[in-house]
Structures are given as structure tokens and as C-alpha cells.
Write a protein that binds this ligand. Structure first.
Ligand code: SAM
Length: 279
């Protein structure tokens, strides 16, 4: 019988946050696959765990996944741990999970710390609807596209960032999103944990004179829904009905559906759109 893959969340800064189920699993599986074995050895030593460990990281994520899957097919149970937090959240774990699913191997997740959720809950911003961006892509064009998409995002946005990129990211966020509310969550669960509720430009001023240090999660207020609706309305009003139809037809939407959408956007009936186009 195949073994099982256990995704084990580990502390993001405070060893007290490990769960009883994760400890039991790390003690009883046949093998632990760790993102950084040099880092995880401290965790395992602290809890007296003697299970063998192997590395599973960004640079061996496909080849090593094949090796791990072969072991799972032999019946071994494997635990996956990341550097910190929940495996598969902004780390190579997602590749292993996908490949295990394709192979029919059962994957289970043992919940625990995740920097994104910890930051969101203490951000003071709306937690009702949120989206997680992880790290913004390093590629310039892709990054710009994502930032532009985020400009109209109405949910609270969560972003991971390394300290040496923080100023650049804040600057770009300010340029594209405007001076929104932001909560800068730093060193979560650690001794110098801080949450700074501020705005993007104020944070930028601060970090341009003070070097960012430690680990950061940025939680940003989503765009106001009414403001977005108003902007959309204004852009529709500045178009002719033909231009408005072309906008949808260029997206591959058929003429009948486009007429429906144009009528809805402009708050008029389909008949009025039809009559206008006939004329
Ligand atoms: N898998 C992890 C999780 O569940 O949150 C995230 C891994 S990702 C490679 C590392 C990033 O998470 C860091 O660059 C930082 O943005 C964020 N992070 C991790 N631990 C943190 C902490 N204690 N305080 C603030 N941010 C943290």
C-alpha cells in the first residue's frame, strides 16, 4: 500500500507554536523532507525528533519529488516541512503536492502557523474578503501586470516581501495603487514582533531613512467598491455605445451577450442599445 504525504506546518518564529499532531507525525513518519535541512535540524533537535531527514527545495523540486514519490509508492510515510510556516505556501511544496495527486498518493495537511493569516488577523484591515499574492514576481513586465491587476482589487491584499526589497516594493505599490492604508507586519511571533498600521507613502518615507530588518508581511487595504463602480461608470460614460460594444466583442463575447452587458453597464434596456445600433 502507498504511504501518505503529511504537510506539517512549523513555527514561523516561536517554537511554542508547534502543534501536538505535527510533533506526533514528525516522530512517526519514515522520512522528513525539509526545505532547508540545516535550519530544520534545530527544530528537530529541540523537540528530540530523530526521524531521518532529506532536502526538498526550489532547485530539486521536480527530480526530488520523483524520488519521494517512489518511496511513497513503496509504502513509506513522508512529512514535508518548509523553512517556516505552512508547506506549499510560497515554497516548492505545491509542486510535490500536485505530483503526488497525479500519482494517486494521499496528501493530508496538518494546519498550523502561516505568516499570511497571522498578519491578516492582526492587521486591523478587513478580514472578510482577502487575497494572497505571496511574493510579487521578479520579472519586470509580469510584476507590472500583477500590480495593475491589484490596483482594482477590492479585497484586502497580503504580500510577502524580503527586507532588502521592501522599499522598492512600497514605491511601486504607491505608484500603482495610490496612498492606501497598509499594515506592515514584522517578525511575527518573535521577540520584536511589530504591526505598523500606516499608509504606503508614510511607510516609504520611514523606510527610506531606516533600514528594514527582519521578515515582513504587507497587508494592504483593498480598493473601495463604490469608488471602483464610479470609475467604471465614468469610463463607460466616456465611450460611445459602439465603442462599448467593441470593447466586449474584442474579448470574444458574442454580439447578443455584449448588448446585454452594455445595457447593464449603462443602466439602460437591451432594446435601447439595439435601437441605437440599428440607427
Ligand atoms: N510557508 C511560509 C508561510 O506559511 O507563511 C512562507 C514562506 S515564504 C518562503 C517566507 C516569507 O514569509 C518571508 O519572506 C516573509 O514575507 C514571510 N514570513 C515568514 N515568517 C515570518 C514572520 N515570522 N514574520 C513576518 N513574515 C514572515
Amino acid at each position: 500500500m502507498d504511504g501518505k504525504l503529511y504537510l506539517c506546518a512549523t513555527p514561523i518564529g516561536n517554537l511554542g507554536d508547534i502543534t501536538a499532531r505535527v510533533l506526533e507525525t514528525l516522530n512517526t513518519v519514515d522520512l522528513i523532507a525539509a526545505e532547508d535541512t540545516r535550519n530544520s535540524i534545530h527544530l528537530l533537535t529541540h523537540f528530540g525528533i530523530k526521524t531521518p531527514m532529506t532536502s526538498y527545495h526550489e532547485y530539486n523540486k521536480v527530480d526530488k519529488a520523483r524520488t519521494l514519490i517512489a518511496k511513497l509508492h513503496e509504502g513509506q510515510n513522508i512529512a514535508l516541512i518548509s523553512d517556516a510556516g505552512t508547506p506549499a505556501i510560497s515554497d516548492p511544496g505545491e509542486v510535490l503536492v500536485k505530483m503526488c495527486q497525479e500519482e494517486g498518493i494521499v496528501v493530508t495537511s496538518l494546519p498550523g502557523p502561516a505568516a499570511c493569516i497571522t498578519a491578516l488577523t492582526m492587521s486591523g484591515l478587513s478580514t472578510r474578503r482577502f487575497c494572497f499574492e505571496g511574493f510579487l514576481p521578479p520579472d519586470k513586465k509580469e510584476r507590472r501586470t500583477i500590480l495593475e491587476l491589484l490596483a482594482n482589487e477590492t479585497r484586502t491584499i497580503i504580500i510577502y516581501e524580503a527586507p532588502h526589497h521592501l522599499v522598492k516594493t512600497l514605491r511601486e505599490l504607491g505608484e500603482v495603487l495610490g496612498d492606501r492604508k497598509i499594515s506592515i507586519c514584522r517578525e511575527l511571533t518573535k521577540r520584536f514582533e511589530t504591526v505598523l498600521p500606516t499608509t504606503i507613502n508614510t511607510a516609504l518615507d520611514m523606510y527610506e531613512t531606516e533600514d528594514p530588518r527582519g521578515e515582513y508581511v504587507l497587508v494592504i487595504e483593498g480598493k473601495d467598491v463604490l469608488e471602483l463602480q464610479k470609475e467604471k461608470q465614468q469610463s463607460f460614460d466616456s465611450m460611445s455605445i459602439e465603442e462599448h460594444m467593441s470593447m466586449y466583442e474584442a474579448q470574444g463575447i458574442d454580439r447578443k451577450e455584449a448588448m446585454k452587458m452594455v445595457a447593464k453597464d449603462r443602466g439602460i434596456s437591451k432594446r435601447e442599445v439595439y435601437d441605437y445600433l440599428i440607427k
